[in-house]
Design a protein around this ligand. Sequence first.
Ligand code: NAP
Length: 280
Amino acid sequence: MTDRYAVFGNPIAHSLSPLIHRLFAQQTGQDLCYEAILAPLDAFAATVARFIAEGGRGANVTVPFKEEAFRLCDETSPRARLAQAVNTLVFNDGRIYGDNTDGIGLVRDLKHNLAATIAGQHVLLLGAGGAARGVIGPLLAEKPAELFIANRTASRAEHLAAQFGGVCRGGSFAALAGRRFSLVLNATSAGLINSPLPLPDDIFAPDVLAYEMVYGRTTPFMQRAQAAGCRVSDGLGMLVEQAAEAFFLWRGVRPETAPVLAALRSHTQSAHQGASGVNS
Ligand code: NAP
């Protein structure tokens, strides 16, 4: 019988995950189907329970359910516990195991697809929401010289930095005046509403890699970085890499991401022009 997987979110209609996992399954010869399921905002747990009862083997979870998914799990990975959020569920023998592959997805995209160095670098992470929290642990594991978290609500960044400790610091956007970083990672959702971030000019320089986690659109952050001569990337590679890690957890097979990323690039250019890449 074909194994069933799904992504749960709200909204979910524009999710690229079914296409990504269909391409992974074709490439690796795995017999599975993968669908996008809209979970009502007040019925995430019931929607997951129904899917398990119908024989579901695993799932991805996206906005706004990642924290609720974490609480639903019987067992979680260390990286999920660091993030306090889960984007991948494995259903086995009536138990739910949860993992968070967003951070490793970002790190793989940076290192393998974009040939970026994190070790020894000064890294700026913009945002202190779920996406930021999910990537801090895996970024710190790469041993940057510094990880500065800046957020519109500075106290959230300071709180996160204090929780992770080590080379983490936190503060406001204004605290970035006069600072330089080689890697600037935008984990805010400001780009989804075309809102510019009040960042000092110094942040954008030609030797900077400016990475936007939003995908499928050119955000004001990307436009500003491009105008300053930075190397710029959106978050499509992160999306594909986090999916590959989930696929590996479920199937024990690691798909090649490069051909899938290339296929997605042409798909999003034709189908998503001007649309938002809100969810996984
Ligand atoms: P979230 O938990 O709602 O957090 C949103 C963050 O953005 C907060 O830090 C918030 O600051 C900040 N923000 C929102 N609007 C802003 C504005 N106008 N100006 C400045 N800061 C603003 O969302 P999330 O789950 O962290 O997701 C963030 C983004 O990452 C989303 O766009 C999502 O699509 C993307 N993402 C991409 C991938 C991928 O695979 N590519 C994976 C995960 C997430 P305050 O604290 O001040 O409110």
